[in-house]
Design a protein around this ligand. Sequence first.
Ligand code: PLP
Length: 242
Amino acid sequence: MDREDRVGAPVVLMIAGLDPSGGAGIIADIRTLIAFGCIPTAAVTSLTFQNDRGVHGAAHQSAATVSEQVLSIVAQHRVAAVKTGMLATRDVVAEVARLIREERLPQPVIDPVLRSSSGFELLEEDAIEVLLNELMPLARVITPNIPEAERLTGVRIAGEEGMREAIDVLDDEGRVTVFRGEWIDSPPVRGTGCILSSAIAACLAKGLKLEEAIDAAKSYVSGVIRRAERLTHNSSPITHHS
Ligand code: PLP
């Protein structure tokens, strides 16, 4: 156990993709975990090449390199919560499920990342079956966006009118809770799915109940979107006075 573990901040393990430009993936997760007072640790599943204009490539990790990262982390830290994001390949998904079972890691918050907004495939097609059958049964909570929920369940979800009501639905073993939020008319903000799922993991690590964790995480994401909206509305050209 290291010094920070002893002083009580909970350690969260993220198993996700690295977006070196910082908008999504592990860097967005790290910012979120620090904002919630948690200690971030991360296993990289894929090194992606992207920026605000889109994803143009990725170097996926193997099951072995993901496993080496996770085992090194759990050998040092007591992990209080786990979040998974982009998992890239079938082998990595299967390995993550195995590690969660065999290392007795906490039930993960699963953000079932399938594609970037720009259309780049972040999970290979043949991995979906393993995600559904091996990883998802281990989840504490799964946070799909609407296209991901449609793809994973095969159920069509109401159109934009429905989305604009800004509703999130939690089905906790049949106990359904509806979370109402506001619709914020902002330009698209990158990484909101990553931020939501890591905020939930952070709150669970701190001991909040699932519903409280989702509430706090949703407020946090709304704040991030509102700040982005304010920045775009208020941005004016910089003028220099001499
Ligand atoms: N890159 C990585 C590593 C991600 O984890 C995600 C989403 O979770 C994305 C890109 C996609 O982000 P966006 O939907 O903002 O394109």
